[in-house]
Ligand binder design. Structure first.
Ligand SMILES: CC(C)(COP(=O)(O)OP(=O)(O)OC[C@H]1O[C@@H](n2cnc3c(N)ncnc32)[C@H](O)[C@@H]1OP(=O)(O)O)[C@@H](O)C(=O)NCCC(=O)NCCS
Length: 312
């Protein structure tokens, strides 16, 4: 039994916040943001739209894409660091709103690596025959913990949701290898303050990320006995184009083989990989049988990657 992607979906709030808009809010410039990060604009959720609302819309799209109903789900996993409330979980809220059966539901907290933790957890349940269809959502409303007076961080983040239904696929498809890790010594570099605001030491996180993301990308490919150039498509966590480029260059693959949704969405933490994946699958950039690498890193510090053969 192999676990793979049966369907993907995403939802981005309507409101677009451009770099020009940010110039009016803090001492920054469109030019600085573009050249240092690759970000051009990001989405911001309306006040009356919380994390579970974003998650619900992405989940509906993923179910539709998988040609499944909510009652076909056996488990719901939601990766987020910005839940509506610490409890009940966003996943339990989703169970109710989707009209799923009374299945297992839990939230995962691994910051920007959260979706990777979710996918790899789903894989374990599927490949041990415990569950069949697992909904994994990566979702954030980061705008509610963003310090809008701090130019070091407020230009980087955005809101959004991405979802996938993970389930059984044929033997030659699906998730072939994975890597997960954490290093709590780096915790002080990226955390939520007592005032509930996001704090980041950008330089330290950058140093960690340019080392870890390329390394994990290579490791998952090596684990299946293939070479870096065999990778058909790379979906890295969309935090900074320079960090993403480091992973792409280490794999030695051309620009068109890497997802660059960062331009439009900024860093949406747990949502970034599934949004990028959903966008690129729908645009036909990822095709049946492609060897795809998904790789993320984030606060914790945490990281995770998978190598997979796309298709059912
Ligand atoms: C945050 C980040 C873009 C900063 O880019 P950088 O090239 O490292 O820039 P530096 O930190 O060296 O800062 C350079 C200068 O720009 C300034 N600056 C920071 N944000 C700015 C902004 N939005 N506009 C203009 N200037 C800014 C800094 O204050 C600093 O000024 P100083 O030298 O006078 O102190 C980069 O460090 C980064 O992407 N880090 C990783 C972040 C990340 O991935 N986080 C998510 C983890 S999931």
């Amino acid at each position: 039994m192999k676990a793979g992607f049966l369907g993907v979906g995403h939802y981005a709030p309507e409101k677009v916040l451009t770099n020009k808009d940010l110039e009016k809010m803090v001492d920054t410039s469109d030019e600085w943001i573009r050249t240092r990060t690759g970000i051009e604009e990001r989405r911001i959720a309306a006040d009356d739209m919380d994390t579970s609302d974003l998650a619900f819309r992405a989940a509906q799209e993923a179910l539709k894409d998988a040609d499944l109903e909510a009652e076909d789900l056996d488990m719901i996993l939601v990766a987020t660091v910005t839940p509506d409330t610490p409890f009940p979980s966003v996943s339990a809220m989703l169970q109710h709103r989707l009209g799923a059966n009374k299945v297992a539901a839990m939230d995962l907290s691994a910051a920007c690596a959260g979706f990777m933790y979710g996918v790899i957890t789903a894989k374990q349940f599927i490949e041990t025959n415990a569950y069949k269809n697992v909904l994994v959502v990566g979702v954030e409303k980061l705008s509610k913990i963003t310090d809008w007076s701090d130019r070091n961080t407020c230009v980087l983040f955005g809101d959004g949701a991405g979802a996938a239904v993970i389930g059984p696929v044929s033997e030659d498809k699906g998730i072939l290898s994975f890597e997960l890790g954490s290093d709590g010594t780096g915790g002080p570099h990226l955390y939520q303050t007592r005032e509930d605001l996001l704090f980041m030491n950008g330089r330290e996180v950058f140093k960690f990320a340019v080392r870890q993301m390329p390394e994990s990308s290579v490791n998952v490919v090596k684990k299946i006995g293939l070479s870096e150039q065999d990778v058909d498509y790379l979906v890295p966590h969309q935090a900074n184009i320079r960090i993403m480029e480091a992973a792409r260059e280490r794999l030695g693959i051309p620009e068109e083989k890497m997802s660059t949704q960062i331009k439009r969405y900024g860093n949406t933490s747990s949502a970034s990989i599934p949004i990028a994946l959903s966008e690129d699958v729908k645009a036909g950039k990822i095709k049946d049988n492609d060897l795809v690498v998904l790789v993320g890193f984030g606060g914790g510090l945490t990281w995770g990657a998978v190598a997979l053969r796309w298709g059912k």
